[in-house]
Design a protein around this ligand. Structure first.
Ligand code: ZN
Ligand code: ZN
Length: 429
């Protein structure tokens, strides 16, 4: 719902996996507390802080579900798997009702050492044994492979196919009456036979039938493709089959801009979150040097946010580093990347608009001691026009727990911002 033009612009910085639990090697501090963060501390002193449960208290959040929540949606209602966001993230045209998958280019044995690939006449499924799930970590020629599969039609269902990075790709099945409750075809293990997809209901049975035929067709087409003949000649494994997984039906989420009365941009490092932004019709801005790793150029990202704020009201930026370090279980690396983020935020404050409304938080915790995502509350910082400073003078899980914003959930963030931007329509009379 568009109202008046926003009075202030806002930057929403999401530090992926920022939250943590007390770490023994850091003397019981969290990485955010242990890190030297003069900018974030200054902003905390001049702003208001709190704790946020990205989805709900204790819920262990994925990055995609958490970002949906942070952008104002209820992931329990709208999330149907990562497929649609993965596909959108590689610029595929995802539409409501599409059944989307992530795909691995893989290798099935194509000799007498194992079952020779053959199509089951009853199901149309491929009977073959997986030799390598990543086709020898293929990183060249996948555009040619994708081209050979894109645009097929099976039982009246349109196949859209596009390569992603390395052995990954996206698959969309577009047609009437397709369900998404289908079982996997990828056995997720070498030496195992490809599974036959099955549907749990009539619509999903239709999807399963198309999926099984697609996998068989992919083998039929890819085994003789020039790219693969060349790979074999070079002693490499051919990408002779496409194995879909991670199914999801594209949900109807509408347009973030229309919903919130803003013009928004999305600056991120990973395809999955890029896909969330794409899907919500945010302007996607790719930054050179944003690698999604610990070596990422976060200063370049900060400058991109500054630039985007020139012609956008709402800029979301995800910096991936803390999550990487959290998965690695490396407390020092996590504290270090938080310090680098602190420097990037300084650039944003110094060079961005004077009346900038800034929200900074994490999309979930990635506790060092767990090495994976947690359901903990994460620190939240709010600074800018209209924000009354509280008594807290540093940023971190402990200090934020005593802040004036209290404890809230991720879906509250966009309303908190659009309220302060003076753009949110009144609820009621
Ligand atoms: Zn995340
Ligand atoms: Zn993660």
């Amino acid at each position: 719902m568009a109202g008046d033009a926003p009075k202030y612009k806002s930057a929403f910085i999401i530090c992926d996996g920022l939250g943590d639990r007390p770490v023994a090697s850091l003397g019981g501090k969290t990485p955010t507390e242990a890190a030297n963060t003069p900018t974030l501390d200054k902003l905390a002193a001049g702003g208001a802080v709190g704790l946020m449960y990205p989805i709900a208290p204790g819920i262990v959040a994925g990055s995609d579900t958490a970002h949906l929540a942070l952008l104002g949606f209820d992931p329990f209602e709208c999330y149907t798997g990562r497929g649609p966001f993965e596909c959108a993230g590689i610029d595929m045209d995802v539409r409501k009702g599409d059944v989307c998958f992530r795909v691995n280019f893989s290798t099935v044995y194509d000799d007498d050492s194992h079952q020779k690939p053959a199509v089951d006449p009853e199901t149309g499924a491929l009977k073959a044994v997986v030799q390598d799930r990543r086709a020898g970590r293929i990183d060249e020629g996948t555009d040619k492979i994708a081209e050979a599969l894109d645009g097929l039609e099976i039982d009246g269902v349109k196949i859209l196919f596009k390569e992603s990075v390395a052995h990954r790709a996206g698959l969309i099945l577009r047609g009437e009456g397709l369900g998404q409750n289908v079982s996997d075809v990828d056995p997720h293990a070498v030496g195992e036979a490809i599974w036959v997809a099955k549907g749990e209901d009539p619509a999903s049975e239709k999807t399963a039938a198309v999926l099984n035929k697609f996998v068989a067709k992919s083998y039929e087409i890819l085994k003789d493709l020039d790219v693969n003949k060349q790979r074999v000649a070079e002693g490499k494994l051919p990408a002779n089959v496409a194995l879909p997984r991670g199914v999801g039906t594209a949900p109807d989420l509408g347009d973030f801009n229309e919903r919130n009365g803003v013009k928004s941009a999305c600056i991120v490092e990973t395809g999955l979150i890029r896909g969330v932004g794409m899907y919500l019709n945010m302007d996607i801005i790719d930054v050179e040097g944003a690698t999604g790793g610990l070596d990422s150029d976060l200063q370049a990202m900060a400058r991109a946010v500054v630039k985007a704020l020139e012609d956008h009201d709402f800029v979301m930026c995800n910096m991936k580093g803390p999550d990487i370090a959290g998965h690695d279980g490396d407390a020092d690396a996590k504290a270090k990347v938080i310090e680098i983020i602190d420097g990037a935020v300084k650039t944003l404050i110094d060079e961005g608009p004077e009346d900038l409304l800034l929200a900074l938080t994490g999309d979930h915790s990635t506790p060092i001691d767990k090495g994976d995502h947690g359901g903990d509350a994460v620190p939240f910082l709010l600074h800018g026009p209209g924000v009354k400073p509280d008594a807290v003078t540093s940023f971190g899980e402990g200090p934020c727990g005593t802040g004036s914003l209290g404890t809230f959930i991720g879906r509250n963030v966009v309303p908190i911002l659009t309220n302060l931007m003076n753009v949110q329509p009144k609820f009621g009379a």
